[in-house]
Design a protein around this ligand. Structure first.
Ligand code: F6R
Length: 251
């Protein structure tokens, strides 16, 4: 696992965007795995700037998002569909048909999960999978207790995730309790390179566990210790608990 610490969130966003853009510039048909939430917003802004400055081209790129809330239509203000279009897809030259996000409003949810997993398998490999990390160590919506052999499936959000995400909905009661998420196995097996981003002191405990904790279902991110190519970019606050000697200075 390669650990990169940056001074602040802006530097984290610039460094992660450079890594994603470099991957695309080496392979035009890159398959990107994408996350939502607060952490990657800066990454998306930096990628949009690189696109405007003609330093990256998304026309042959394919994307797969990690997850979507069950019951929200793509147009719902808090859906991950809308998040991705508002924060990224609407601002770059990505082809609509290359964008994949689970459909949380499909009445056939099990079928939706199976088809999503098949689509990922059909592209062969995700070249670079962007991840955030939950305060409880979740990745995607794989909450503590998730099966490390799990594929894309219907998952129940933990109480702490509902509370953490209530800030987007204004009211905790409005946060959906179910989601579709790529499974831990999907993430671990399909990703050639995992790029995990962590920002802020609230993530310090989860990040420490992920890197140094015992690999356990209690902290799903610890399974990344089994992956051969993981880069973590964390800002100083998130990296607070990591021993300084293990960190690579910010880019
Ligand atoms: C989002 C996702 C989640 C988030 C995590 C951190 O697609 O899969 O695992 O990455 O909940 O969220 P933020 O970045 O909002 O702290």
């Amino acid at each position: 696992m390669k650990l990169i610490i940056t001074d602040d969130y802006k530097a984290l966003s610039v460094a992660s965007a450079k890594m994603v853009a470099d991957t695309i510039n080496q392979k035009q048909t890159t398959v990107l795995g994408l996350a939502t939430g607060s952490t990657p917003v800066g990454l998306y802004q930096e990628l949009i700037s690189l696109y405007i400055n003609k330093q990256v081209d998304f026309s042959h790129v394919t994307t797969f998002n990690l997850d979507e809330y069950v019951g929200l239509s793509p147009g719902h203000p808090q859906s991950y569909h809308k998040f991705m279009y508002d924060n990224f897809f609407n601002h770059v030259n990505i082809s609509q048909e290359n964008i994949h996000i689970p459909k949380g409003d499909n009445p056939e949810l099990e079928e939706e999960c199976a088809q999503y997993e098949e689509k990922i398998e059909s592209v062969g490999q995700i070249d670079i999978q962007v991840l955030g990390i939950g305060e409880n160590g979740h990745i995607g919506f794989n909450e503590p207790g998730s099966d490390p052999n799990g594929c894309t499936s219907l998952v129940k959000l933990s109480e702490s995730t509902v509370e953490a995400n209530a800030r987007f909905f204004g009211d905790k009661e409005l946060v959906p309790r179910l989601a579709i998420s790529m499974g831990l196995k999907t993430i671990l097996d399909s990703s050639k390179h995992v790029l995990l981003l962590a920002s802020g002191e609230k993530k310090a405990g989860a990040l420490y566990q992920m890197v140094y904790g015992e690999v356990s279902e209690d902290v799903p991110a610890t399974f990344l210790q089994h992956h051969r190519n993981v880069t973590v970019i964390a800002d100083k606050d998130a990296a607070k608990k990591l021993p300084k000697s293990d960190l690579i200075a910010g880019l």
